[in-house]
Write a protein that binds this ligand. Structure first.
Ligand code: SF4
Length: 599
C-alpha cells in the first residue's frame, strides 16, 4: 500500500525504474503498482501507458483479463475463499456465509467503509488442507468456525496482517509416499556436473532413452521437444517452467517448489545447456505468491554457487539465468501458448498452432515449455542416467508420477507412484473407504467409478496431470459436475464463441437442474452443447469442459434423474425479462411489447 507523505507520481517513478520499459514487462509492473496502491488507479494506468508507449485501452484490456488485478478498490482486506469441490465438501460455503455475516458484507461487494471484500476464487492449490482462503494473497488453511470468528474480529479491528498468528499461514507439505523422484535429495550442481562430463549429445540421448514424457498431461516426449528446440533457428532460445498449477485439486508443484526448488532449477539449467538458452523463466501462479521470496533466495544461492549466471561451473559459454514471473489468476495460462502470451505481458489467450513454441515461443524465439515435475525429473535423469527411471512404470509410461490426493480419505497429501499402479492400491494407501468415485486429472480429467478402480495410472489407461480427488458414497456426484461447470464458465478466456457461450450455458443448465427446474430436455441440450464444445473450441479448455458432466451423466445418471422433477421443458433464460430495458428505453409496456403476458 502507498506510504503517506510520498506522492503517487514518485511511487510510480520508483516502480518504473525497476523494470525495463518493455511491453512484455506489463504484468510484472501491474503487480508492482497494485502492491503499492492496493488496486490499479486510472492515473497510474495512464502513466504506465506513457512509460511503455502503449494505449490505455491496451493496458486496461490486459488488466481486466486477469482475476487478480483490480481496477477499483477492493478493500483493505481482500478475502477469497477457494471454491474447489473439495473445499466445498469441507464446508467452505458455510464458513464464507459466516464471515460475510460477521463482517456485515455481501459476497463480491466491498463493505461500505471500504474495509473488506469477500469473494470466491478457483482452487488455490490447498486441497489437502482445506477449506482454504487467500487474504491479501496469503493462504490460510484448515479453516473452521472459530478461526473465521477470530479473522472477522481482526479485520474489524483493522489489525495488520503481520500481527496475525503465524500458525494460520502455515502450509503443510505432507508426503506420504516417496519413490524415485523424492526419495533422495539432489546435491545442487551434481546433475549439471554430470551433464558437462557426459557431453550434450550423450545427455540428450540419455533423456531420450529414459522415455520421460511431459508430466503436464499431454505426455509429449521431453527429449523430442528439447531436440526440436535445439535445432530450431532463432536469435535466442528460452527455457520456461510452467508453474501455473491451476488444475483443481492439484498441489504437487507447490510441494516441489517448496522442498525441491534446486531440482527444478537444475533441470531448467540442464535444458538451457542442451538447447543453447541463456535466459529462463519460472511462471509462478499468483496463488503461490507466498513462495516468491524463498524461490528467489534459492536462485540467489545458485548464482553465488556459480550454478547460474556467467560461466556456470567454470565452463566458458555456459551462461544462463532464471527470472520468476508472477501470473495473475487465469487458469487458461496453464496452456503453454497462453502462458507465453502472458509472459509477454498480454492477455493469456492460447495461440493458433503451428508454429509450436519450440519453433516460435517467447518473443517469437524457440522455447521449451515444460512443467515443474518434468524439469525436476529431467534434472534427476541428468544425474543418474536413464536406467532406474526407465525400469519403473509401463512401456508407454516410464518412471513415476506425483499425485495430489484429496477429498474423502484419511491421509490427504502427496504420493509418488510408479506408473502402472492401480487406482485401488492408491485408495487403499491413502485410507479411503466406501469410495464411489475418483476424479483423476482435475476438472477436465476422468471420473472413475468403483468398477473401474482396477485401472492403472498411465498415459495409456488412466492419465493424470496430478490431481486425485476422492468422493465417498455420501457425495452427490451431480454437485461435483456442477462445481466444475462453474469453474469452466469462470475460467473460459472468452476468445472463441463456442467456449465462451457453451460453458456459460452448461453452467446455467446445471444450476437449473440443481434448482429443481430441470427436465429431460435439458439433458438433451447439455449433450448438444457438449458436441459443439468438443468439436469447435479453440483450445483444450473448451474441448474438455464437458468431461465432468458427460462422465457423471454416464456413470452416475441417478444423481441427475432424482433432480429431474419436471417432464415439461422450461427455459433457463427468461428472454422476456431480459427485454425489460429495451421496453423502458422505447417507453412501451403494452402486451405487444412482451413475449408473454405480464403477470
Ligand atoms: Fe479461450 Fe475457451 Fe476458446 Fe480456449 S476454448 S481459447 S479458453 S474461449
Amino acid at each position: 500500500m502507498a506510504q503517506s507523505g510520498v506522492s503517487s507520481a514518485d511511487l510510480l517513478r520508483s516502480i518504473f525504474v525497476r523494470f525495463q520499459p518493455a511491453p512484455h514487462n506489463l504484468l510484472q509492473i501491474l503487480h508492482a503498482v497494485q502492491a503499492c496502491f492496493g488496486y490499479l488507479p486510472e492515473d497510474a494506468l495512464d502513466a504506465l501507458g506513457e512509460h511503455l508507449k502503449m494505449s490505455r485501452a491496451q493496458i486496461s484490456s490486459v488488466a481486466e483479463f486477469y482475476a487478480f488485478f483490480h481496477l477499483k478498490p477492493h478493500g483493505k482486506y481482500r478475502v477469497l475463499f477457494s471454491n474447489n469441490i473439495t473445499d466445498r465438501m469441507q464446508g467452505s460455503a458455510v464458513l464464507r456465509d459466516e464471515l460475510c455475516h460477521a463482517l456485515w458484507v455481501e459476497q463480491d461487494k466491498v463493505s461500505e467503509d471500504g474495509l473488506v471484500s469477500v469473494g470466491l476464487t478457483s482452487c488455490i492449490g490447498m486441497s489437502d488442507q482445506g477449506p482454504a482462503m487467500l487474504v491479501n494473497g496469503l493462504p490460510i488453511t484448515r479453516l473452521e468456525s472459530a478461526r473465521i470468528d477470530t479473522i472477522a474480529e481482526r479485520i474489524r479491528n483493522r489489525d495488520p496482517m503481520e500481527n496475525w498468528p503465524h500458525e494460520w499461514f502455515r502450509v503443510d507439505n505432507k508426503i506420504y509416499r516417496r519413490d524415485w523422484l523424492l526419495n533422495t535429495p539432489l546435491p545442487p550442481g551434481a546433475a549439471l556436473s554430470t551433464l558437462l562430463t557426459r557431453g550434450e549429445d550423450a545427455s540428450l540421448i540419455e533423456l531420450k532413452t529414459s522415455g520421460l514424457r511431459g508430466r503436464g498431461g499431454a505426455g509429449f516426449p521431453t527429449a523430442d521437444k528439447w531436440s526440436a528446440c535445439r535445432s530450431a533457428s532463432g536469435e535466442a532460445h528460452y527455457v520456461v517452467c510452467n508453474a501455473d498449477e491451476g488444475e483443481p485439486g492439484t498441489f504437487k508443484d507447490r510441494v516441489l517448489l517448496t522442498d525441491h526448488a534446486d531440482l527444478i532449477f537444475e533441470g531448467m539449467t540442464a535444458c538451457a545447456r542442451l538447447i543453447g538458452a541463456q535466459r529462463g523463466f519460472l511462471y509462478l501462479r499468483a496463488e503461490y505468491r507466498y513462495l516468491l521470496d524463498s524461490l528467489d533466495a534459492v536462485l540467489q544461492r545458485r548464482r553465488e554457487s556459480n550454478l547460474l549466471g556467467t560461466g556456470i561451473l567454470g565452463h566458458a559459454r555456459f551462461d544462463f539465468d532464471i527470472e520468476i514471473h508472477l501470473g495473475a489468476g487465469a487458469y487458461v495460462c496453464g496452456e503453454e501458448s497462453a502462458l507465453l502470451e502472458s509472459l509477454e505481458g498480454k492477455r493469456g489467450i492460447p495461440r493458433i498452432r503451428p508454429p509450436f513454441p519450440v519453433q516460435r515461443g517467447y518473443l517469437g524465439q524457440p522455447t521449451v515449455v515444460n512443467n515443474v515435475e518434468t524439469f525436476a525429473a529431467a534434472g534427476k535423469i541428468m544425474l543418474e542416467g536413464s536406467g532406474t527411471f526407465s525400469a519403473l512404470g509401463t512401456p508407454q509410461s516410464r518412471g513415476t508420477k506425483l499425485l495430489s490426493v484429496s477429498g474423502d480419505c484419511a491421509y490427504p497429501g502427496l504420493y509418488e507412484y510408479p506408473f502402472g499402479t492401480s487406482i485401488r492400491q492408491i485408495l487403499h494407501d491413502c485410507g479411503a473407504s466406501d469410495t464411489q468415485a475418483v476424479q483423476i486429472g482435475g476438472a477436465a480429467g476422468l471420473c472413475l467409478s468403483s468398477h473401474e478402480f482396477d485401472r492403472c495410472l498411465g498415459y495409456e489407461d488412466a492419465p493424470s496431470a496430478g490431481a486425485f480427488m476422492i468422493f465417498n458414497r455420501n457425495r452427490d456426484m451431480f454437485e461435483m459436475a456442477r462445481n466444475f461447470a462453474h469453474f469452466f464458465a469462470h475460467e473460459s478466456c472468452g476468445f472463441c464463441t463456442p467456449c465462451r457461450v457453451g460453458t456459460t450455458l452448461l453452467r446455467d443448465l446445471m444450476d437449473k437442474i440443481h434448482a429443481g427446474r430441470g427436465s429431460p430436455t435439458d439433458l438433451a441440450q447439455i449433450e448438444q452443447i457438449e458436441a459443439i464444445l468438443k468439436n469447435t473450441s479453440h483450445c483444450g479448455l473448451g474441448q474438455s469442459a464437458y468431461h465432468p458432466i458427460s462422465d457423471t451423466l454416464t456413470k452416475f445418471r441417478s444423481a441427475y434423474d432424482t433432480k429431474l422433477v419436471h417432464t415439461n421443458f422450461s427455459p433457463a433464460f427468461d428472454l422476456d425479462a431480459a427485454l425489460a430495458t429495451a421496453r423502458q428505453m422505447t417507453g412501451r409496456d403494452d402486451i405487444h411489447a412482451h413475449l408473454k403476458e405480464p403477470t
